[in-house]
Design a protein around this ligand. Structure first.
Ligand code: DX5
Ligand code: ZN
Length: 220
């Protein structure tokens, strides 16, 4: 399967949001929306007014990544905004994880389960079957522009092996520090969706960077 590129709007120019959105509609596969509450992570991003406006203008799927405590509070609102994919963190949800995944699916969205780099990847395994995608953070959630953690490649590979053994079709999304220097290795390890913030929006030609990231597969 072809790798999908999900630029993170967090790194867009908020004074030129319409322009950046039009560029994503033309060139990207998915629009990644980072939602932070200042409690689960030491940062605050944007809220539902932005999410709703972007979802309305999006011609490609929207993917909301909730870095918040009590993610169950926001499922209904997220669906009402017209978002297509919603992920939240296992660390924030604990025992409520399965119920939240089911709630997300029942509202017609794809359900994603995310973990930070210090959570063992095996912790995701009990939710295989309940999630449409798994989000492996390759930096600690909270900020764009951080350095890619190389051990993430092993985590992606381990999850890919487990999904294959189980015959499960869930996708693997990787988020944090993704750029032209690690995209090929991520694809090789088994990633399906690459989130990229600063490497896309800080580049001279974001559209070109998106297609370069998409064509990152190493020659066999
Ligand atoms: C980090 C966010 C990421 C971030 C990625 O907490 O979840 O989506 O915006 O940005 P880069 O690609 O710059 O690491
Ligand atoms: Zn994200």
């Amino acid at each position: 399967m072809k790798i999908q590129i999900a630029p993170s709007l967090l790194s867009a120019d908020f004074l030129e949001l319409g322009r950046d959105l039009a560029m994503l509609n033309e060139n990207a596969d998915i629009i990644h929306l980072d939602i932070m509450d200042g409690t689960f992570v030491p940062n605050i991003s944007f809220g539902f007014s932005v999410v709703e406006a972007v979802a309305k203008a999006a011609r490609i799927p929207t993917d909301a990544h909730f870095m918040v405590t009590n993610p169950e509070k926001w499922v209904e609102r997220c669906a009402a905004c017209g978002v297509n994919m919603m992920s939240f963190h296992l660390e924030a949800a604990g025992r409520r994880t399965r119920a939240i995944l089911r709630d997300i699916r029942s509202r017609g969205m794809k359900a994603g389960l995310a973990i930070n780099p210090d959570v063992p990847v095996e912790k995701l395994f009990p939710y295989i079957g309940d999630a449409d995608y798994f989000l492996i953070m390759s930096v600690f959630a909270g900020f764009g522009g951080q350095k890619f953690i190389y051990e993430s490649l092993d985590r992606v590979w381990e999850l890919r092996q487990k999904l294959s053994r189980k015959g499960d079709g869930a996708l693997i999304e990787v988020d944090g520090g993704v750029n032209g220097g690690n995209a090929a290795a991520l694809a090789e390890a088994g990633a399906d969706i690459l989130v990229a913030g600063s490497s896309v929006f800080r580049s001279e030609d974001p559209a070109k960077t998106i297609s370069a990231l998409r064509n990152c597969r190493l020659p066999r």
